[in-house]
Design a protein around this ligand. Structure first.
Ligand SMILES: Cc1ncc(COP(=O)(O)O)c(C=O)c1O
Length: 372
């Protein structure tokens, strides 16, 4: 297949917390012939994808696929499964943005905030649930803005043990977590887990996925004004026919089909372990270079590490230097822009790739006269 549009000299290895690196064979998979989305070829493609997605999501339930980014699936979860009042737990920018989504959709929202860099803990959620009246709880499993992993399993378990907790819809954003860290929607009894394609799936941006439990699906039937594009009931009607209501992003589905084979061949446990190994490599490096981690190390994210800029380097200059070596990392998010830098270690990267990046950062530090 021709790849003349991709000039090797323009390739930058992306050590970002998304979009992340996409392998060439996956980029190439997108270039297959176009098909109509009601044609048997498309139905076969979607039909092949669905069981593989369920395996990757570790769920027996449906996994909806939309031509959108993950933000669309926030809106979907909120519109379909918040009947009235939702508790949003947040400890970073993405948690905050999901709150804005719920408000923009006219839901009654209460916000539980943990300090940035600190986890949301089960007991905090339980305490707030005692205020009563919540039919849904939402939180981010892996807060990309600060590099912290909230203990999703324990939070879900604690919610279920509260009075009335069995009926609460638990909605989890695993946009930068899914396939890069442990997530078990069925075993942990989490109703909705949503994610985007451009993170640990190592696909181009443009697709979003959400697993939806039977309980959540039944609830959605009772919630009015679910909207149109992201209505679970309509998505389901087509999913059972291996189709989507609107035109899907067919080229991306080709890429997804191929990438799911790689993900499942590696195995979920192995993939999670590889991400932990990359994380540990970055943490060890940061500690040994006199940097500090921004997030509580006990809850450090397996897919993105946020490093406090304790040496006061100019992150834009570091990135300029790294570009000359064919790679980039990320500055801190929002208010942390110059205070931190973030290394995305997600998707198909291996520990050796991370070591290569870190060796180049070392070169930059040496040039700045920073020693450790
Ligand atoms: C944790 C988290 N949630 C949601 C989003 C938004 O996802 P998208 O950009 O795919 O809409 C992001 C994006 O980086 C994210 O990191």
């Amino acid at each position: 297949m021709s790849n003349s549009v991709r000039k090797p000299e323009e390739h930058l290895k992306l050590f970002l917390p998304g979009p992340t690196e996409v392998r060439e064979e996956i980029l190439d998979a997108q270039g297959q012939w176009m098909i109509g989305h009601r044609m048997p070829e498309s139905i076969a493609l979607f039909g092949r994808i669905q069981p593989k997605l369920r395996q990757a999501f570790r769920t027996q339930h449906r996994v909806y696929v939309t031509a959108s980014s993950g933000t669309g699936m926030w809106e979907a979860a909120t519109r379909n499964c918040v009947a009235k009042r939702v508790l949003h737990c947040t400890n970073g920018s993405f948690g905050d943005r999901w709150v804005q989504t719920a408000i923009a959709n006219g839901k009654e929202v209460e916000v539980l905030e943990a300090e940035w860099g600190q986890p949301i803990l089960p007991e905090m959620v339980v305490e707030r649930l005692a205020n009563g009246g919540f039919d849904a709880v939402a939180f981010v499993q892996n807060e990309t803005s600060v590099g912290i992993a909230n203990p999703a399993r324990e939070i879900a378990q604690a919610i279920r043990q509260t009075p009335g907790g069995a009926d609460i819809t638990i909605m989890v954003d695993s946009v930068s977590g899914m396939t890069g860290m442990e997530m078990e929607p069925d075993r942990w009894d989490i109703d909705i887990v949503l994610t985007s394609s451009q993170k640990a799936f190592a696909l181009p941006p443009g697709l979003a996925f959400a697993s939806v439990s039977e309980r959540a699906f039944e609830k959605a039937k009772t919630v009015p004004y679910r909207g149109y594009y992201f209505d679970y009931i309509t998505l389901e009607k087509y999913l059972v026919k291996d189709q989507t209501p609107a035109t899907p992003a067919i080229s991306l589905l080709y890429a997804l089909d191929k990438q799911l084979d790689t993900i499942l061949d590696e195995g979920m446990e192995a993939r999670w372990a590889r991400h932990m190994a990359m994380r540990n490599c970055v943490i060890e490096w940061a500690n040994s270079r006199g940097f500090a981690l921004f997030a509580d190390e006990q809850y450090a994210s397996p897919t993105v590490t946020t490093i406090a800029n304790t040496h006061g380097i100019v992150i834009a200059d570091l990135n300029k230097f790294l570009r000359t070596r064919g790679m980039v990392l990320s500055n801190g998010y929002g208010k942390l822009k110059e205070k931190c830098f973030r290394i995305g270690h997600m998707g198909d990267w291996q520990v050796d790739d991370i070591k290569e990046l870190l060796a180049n950062v070392d070169d930059y530090l040496h040039l700045q006269g920073i020693s450790w």
